[in-house]
Ligand binder design. Sequence first.
Ligand code: C2E
Ligand code: CA
Ligand code: CA
Length: 460
Amino acid sequence: MIKTTYDAKLGEMMAGTRPQVSSEIANHYSTRMVAAFRYGSLAIAGVGLIQAVVFALMGSWLVVAMELAVFVAGLAIYVLIRRGHLAFGVLVGQAALLLIAIIMGLLLDVPTSEAPRISHLYLLVVAALGYLNYQREKSRTQLALIGLCLLSFIVLASAPITSPFIVMPDVARTIGTWANAFVATAMLAACFHAMQAELTRKDKYSRDLMAALWRGEFNLVYQPQVDGSQNTVGAEALLRWNSPQRGSVSPVEFIPQAEKLGLMVTIGGWVLERGCCTLAEWGASPHFRHLSLSINVSTSQLMHEDFESFVRDTLVKTGADPRRLILELTESVLVTDIELVIGKLNALRELGITIALDDFGTGYSSLSYLRRLPIQQIKIDRSFVQDAVNSSDSASLVKNIVLMSRDLGRTVLAEGVETMEQHNLLAQFGCIEFQGYIYGKPMALNDFEQRIEVETRGLA
Ligand code: C2E
Ligand code: CA
Ligand code: CA
């Protein structure tokens, strides 16, 4: 049953059907895209400068002023992008170009018997640039600018304004019409090319991520979790992607991407299945049956309508003991429908599963939520643990988190412990479980099992 849902989804994606791409798709651009913006702004500045020189030679000084404004706008976008203010640079540049195109179109560049209006073509280029920027960072200002550009284009293309404020020499109008039509069309084509390149890049990343499951490029590593005496009581399963093209990709990089591409339900499902298989194997061995396994669950996975039944089916299929399974959620679940989350967590609790709140303190934690959510374990984030030994304020904060959690009947695990000093302080505050490089880095399953065997022999 689980397998079928899974295979159907995988099959659908591998068959080339476009995966369900979230609207908040990848928020960073390839270097190629940044370069496209940079060269685009330079091209705008170049067009402005050349035309300023041409009109200066003809003595049309008002036109020169307009063209110099175009040059300055193009240059300003270029400088802002170079300094890393891509989104701001593009917004400011668009606003300036929109204004210039409207003034040019209404006052100077009006259709005559010699030449049609041409400058409004650049409004389509500005709108296309805006669209590229909107894909990168959604904002209402950007949407408004795109709308204004398109509206101005329609007005300037249709309005019967025939008497120019300033009359330009006919020869300049005729040559300018051809030159500007050529440049604007080339820029529009470059924008479409950039959009296509960006879509292809995202599609490839998405296809590679899905194919990674089929090709077995994902694997789990296991980081020990210990008690106050540093005996291993369990492990956290952490995902790794060993891509032949990209090398070892960090989950910090590919999980947000997978999330945005709508793939995390499928990938997270694989993690759960793999983890439960390991847990079932541990359950069958006297050396390992005392161990718990923590598995990370992303918010999109939890909120999937079939999540609880998927977990139940996976437990039945693999034979894993639910009492040894811990599902880790981050505080981001708290910004979704809290009643729905509570219902889902209660259903998981009824299966015998333990729920942990990961990265505690970094997100939206509120005491009232903490009281209401059926959570048994709180994982104090690494940043608090590491600050606790350096600052008395942080230390008292951590101490209070532990006290409060214990009062609410939750156990506390300290994450990211790297020194004995941190361990001792946290133990003194009342932490009963620990995880961090000092006890062991994430390791292959075999290495983790060997460690347990050595520990068991040591205790015997
Ligand atoms: P996390 O759940 O907070 O996992 C702990 C991360 O901290 C791991 O990074 C681990 O290697 C690292 N870490 C553990 N001890 C120490 C320490 O003492 N010092 C330092 N500096 N780091 C330590 P990793 O494996 O790179 O995972 C990063 C994040 O990716 C995880 O953070 C988790 O949010 C996410 N992740 C990993 N696997 C999965 C998964 O299967 N599903 C989901 N949804 N997220 C996952
Ligand atoms: Ca975790
Ligand atoms: Ca964590």
